[in-house]
Ligand binder design. Structure first.
Ligand code: PGA
Length: 251
């Protein structure tokens, strides 16, 4: 089953320039057509491009998001950092928090992630909260416990999950070209839903999948009914590939 109401989030990581923004014109056109207008297409470029990108898309169906923030919500002496107030002022509506590249390379703990999520919500940003197990967790059959810990601590003290979208990204799948087997993916996403529901009854969480999504596997992945969209890294920098991924979600 495919649907016309999915999230397509482009995570440009530390790539991109104004030329890539210009090339996104084709995506903007697609997003404004009747057939695709119910999708949520969100570009998350590096901080330096947020405002330029926002100006480009502000009259379209596309939104802009940041890829991270500093955990301190107030202004302060944090050289080289950007907090959620500054992000909000660029026109961004979304923010990715807890991406494994920050968890693993920048010592971002679950507690720091929790602070960042709270800061983003206090600025009315919509959070794309990333979770996912490493290959060693998978090999040690520890995936469930890892996901539970990430969700439990990351969401601690947060009463309202309405502005949080969850992105399940197995770390071993990011940038590797390897995607989980269908049964494994469905099992892990259902576990994520179960854990979230235990933390907060009566919500219907939106779960995205991320990790090596490309025009070749998008159709198969989109047929998994538990998946509400994709967080796309590498393939999102190329407007044609990104469009292909969006189109593949239709039969
Ligand atoms: P990838 O990245 O699509 O290049 O695997 C996904 C991500 O890091 O969000």
């Amino acid at each position: 089953m495919t649907n016309n109401n999915m999230f397509f989030i482009a995570n440009w990581k530390m790539y991109g320039n104004t030329g890539n923004i210009i090339k996104s014109t084709t995506v903007i056109k697609l997003a404004n057509t009747k057939k695709y207008k119910n999708h949520k297409i969100i570009y998350c470029p590096p901080y330096t491009l947020l405002n330029a990108f926002y100006k480009k898309v502000k009259n379209s169906n596309i939104s802009i998001g940041a890829q991270n923030c500093h955990a301190n919500s107030d202004f302060g002496a944090f050289t080289g950092s950007i907090n959620t107030k500054l992000i909000k002022s660029t026109g961004a509506k979304y923010i990715i928090i807890g991406h494994s590249e920050n968890r693993n390379n920048n010592d971002e703990t679950n507690l720091i992630i929790n602070k960042k999520i709270k800061s983003a919500l206090s600025e009315n940003l919509k959070v794309v909260f990333c979770i996912g197990e490493k290959l060693s967790d998978k090999k040690n059959k520890n995936t469930y416990n890892v996901l539970k810990k990430q969700l439990k601590i990351g969401l601690k003290g947060i009463k309202n999950f309405n502005n949080i979208i969850f992105a399940y990204e197995p770390v071993w799948s990011i940038g590797t070209g390897i995607i989980p087997k269908r049964t494994e993916l469905i099992r892990n996403i259902n576990n994520v839903i179960k854990i979230i529901n235990k933390l907060k009854k009566s919500i219907n969480p939106k779960i995205l999948y991320g990790g090596s999504v490309n025009p070749k596997n998008a159709k198969e992945l989109a047929q998994i009914k538990e998946i509400n969209g994709f967080l796309v890294g590498g393939a999102s920098l190329n407007a044609k590939k990104f469009i292909d991924i969006i189109k593949k979600t239709y039969n």
